[in-house]
Design a protein around this ligand. Sequence first.
Ligand SMILES: NC(=O)c1ccc[n+]([C@@H]2O[C@H](COP(=O)([O-])OP(=O)(O)OC[C@H]3O[C@@H](n4cnc5c(N)ncnc54)[C@H](OP(=O)(O)O)[C@@H]3O)[C@@H](O)[C@H]2O)c1
Length: 280
Amino acid sequence: MDLFESKISFIGAGNMATAIMSGLIKKGVPAANILASEPDSEKLNALHTTLGIQITTDNLLAAAEADVLILSVKPQILQKVCEPLSEILDSRACMTISIAAGIEMKSLENWLGSKQAIVRCMPNTPAQISEGASGLFANPQVTAAQRTLAESIFVAVGRAQWVTDETLMHAVTALSGSGPAYAFLMIASMAEAGVKQGLSEETAKALAAQTVLGAAKMVLESEFSPQKLKKNVMSPGGTTERAISILEGENTEGSLPELCDKAIAAATARSQELAGLLGN
Ligand SMILES: NC(=O)c1ccc[n+]([C@@H]2O[C@H](COP(=O)([O-])OP(=O)(O)OC[C@H]3O[C@@H](n4cnc5c(N)ncnc54)[C@H](OP(=O)(O)O)[C@@H]3O)[C@@H](O)[C@H]2O)c1
């Protein structure tokens, strides 16, 4: 099954679906192979004009046409959206991908039918600029070819990593789903500190953001660990060593690694709680 030949339908054409559709089209997927379904005709018409995709207000039609059906509505309405689809999906070899936060595989199988090939995906907002990080989990009905296809959809908007144990999707949610907010906070904090040292806001923000971007690229492209790369910047008695001794040092609130550990553990626990509230 080929990314460029598959019919890909989206149910829910909001922010995340638009980001994924744009990424696919930039990668060369024909817009004619993408169909979006949504109750809001104005939004659909705008997408048809800007992206050239097919549009419908009929979710059943979107499912009937699809090789891949991407469920991109809010988690709270997913059950209502899924249940009418099960009959159509039963009659087709279609893979369904849910990007709804916190909705577990057992709920999706209850609503769509237990024989369905289903992938859960947790993308993040940098997908909007094709720099997303997505975690993926497949049920056993997903074939090897379908896994490759699912992965290629999310690689079109960044990087994708599979997890083999569904419970790890909570950790993915806490790390990369919520993670852009941690990075934004780090950039804002670095920039504000730079302003206190006399830089203009514009200069401080540009330097902070480019520094985080460059460091992230080095981690992804280098053979060295982030810890080793950090050490490479630190010369004994230098400026970086002085700053890192404060970020890693004991203070009343804890060091940066301890704070990250606590924050990501708290977000993982919250994801587990929310899944309990949303599923059935
Ligand atoms: N944004 C993120 O950072 C992020 C990250 C990871 C996962 N997700 C997941 O992605 C999903 C979508 O999030 P989003 O931020 O893209 O939300 P969104 O912008 O609100 O998009 C949801 C879309 O679904 C439409 N919709 C509502 N009822 C529908 C129905 N019955 N049938 C078809 N479409 C319907 C909505 O239309 P109306 O506006 O007209 O109601 C809206 O356009 C969520 O499940 C979320 O958990 C989002």
